[in-house]
Design a protein around this ligand. Sequence first.
Ligand SMILES: Cc1ncc(COP(=O)(O)O)c(C=O)c1O
Length: 410
Amino acid sequence: MSPDILSAAGSIPSSCLHSIFHAAERKEQETGVGVVKLHVGDPYFSPSGNVADEFVAAVRRGDTKYTGPEGLPALRAAAVDKLREDNGVDSAVSRLLISPGSAQGLAALLQSLAEPGAEILLPELHWPVHLQQSLLAGFQPVLYPLGAGFRPDPERIAAAASPRTRVLLINSPANPTGVVLEREEIAALLELARSRGWHVISDEAYEHFCYEREHLSVASLERDVPVDERIVHSVFTFSKSFAMTGYRLGYVALANDRAADVMKVVQEANIIGTSTPVQHAGIAALSSRADAAATNRKLVQRNRDAVLPQLVQAGLLNELPAGGWYAMLDVARTGLDSEEFALRLLESKGVAVVAGNGFAMRPDVDERGHIRSHDFAPWARHLIRIAFCVDPAELETGVQRLLEFVGERG
Ligand SMILES: Cc1ncc(COP(=O)(O)O)c(C=O)c1O
């Protein structure tokens, strides 16, 4: 018999994203009929042509050797320019690190900041990967209650904090809620973090998908603070803005040089380096970023505006999401909880959605960082998440079938 696995990792359940992914695949294999996939944040559009051209050209040129753990200098310089010109963020090549996807950048950043007993503040309704990564890095996650409309409320965050709090995570536009924070809200969160001596991690994966107002980068608010006193570490991805999900490319703009030096060590140990031809493709993506990001935003916004109003009319959605790729629906009137809803919808209508309770897991974590048990916030019992970055016809079909399913039950 092989030895048991007693690590913290061994105590973490796989996320709701994973389980529906497999259920949808199984359904397709069993029936031979395609499932309408509203469960994954993968867009129906592709990267612009120059991205693939540059990837192939780099391979053909033989630009396939290791780069350093921090990434290709030319890509880092291009990302620094982009941050300055588009985000109002003052970064520098010395504090900007390329990563294989922003998920890995986030994981490495969390590993750089974790220390024994340290707590990280995450919203009670969160992307499950943020919770998994926090636990894997060795943080004690503290899930703070959100205010009205799933918006972070500094008072509630302050009440959830403790002397062991080290990091506050902000995700705007948010997955799964679609909430986009206003300048005053970000300023208040930043002020709280600064007054308490916390780091801030700002996950800006959906920076280009704001439909009502401009995206505001958290770090732009500390552009005039001396570098050594900055606290915001910002994480960005090529996956969403440039539809490069499978390329696996992201970057982290660290608050200061000390944090960057620490994360370089973490990356050296974790990845050696990011794929070299993919980084060349990233340079191409940044060179054509204005057009690509604007076009892609329009495509997703068109989906949102064309299809989601039906869900508002049906009383399943309060308002159109202000940003991101997802909408959280409340299906309480069907009498089904979110997991049953997702499974039965897949079974009877061939539509995959994510059970929303999985975004509101509440782990009971022991002092070693192992999950003893977990439950889900009761208010999330009837929530489900759909992605609206998918093919317009597919989205329309999926939503029609979902409405039919709800209609048959309520
Ligand atoms: C909030 C958020 N952050 C980060 C990511 C990671 O994206 P990637 O690793 O593809 O850069 C995702 C992916 O869905 C996400 O939703």
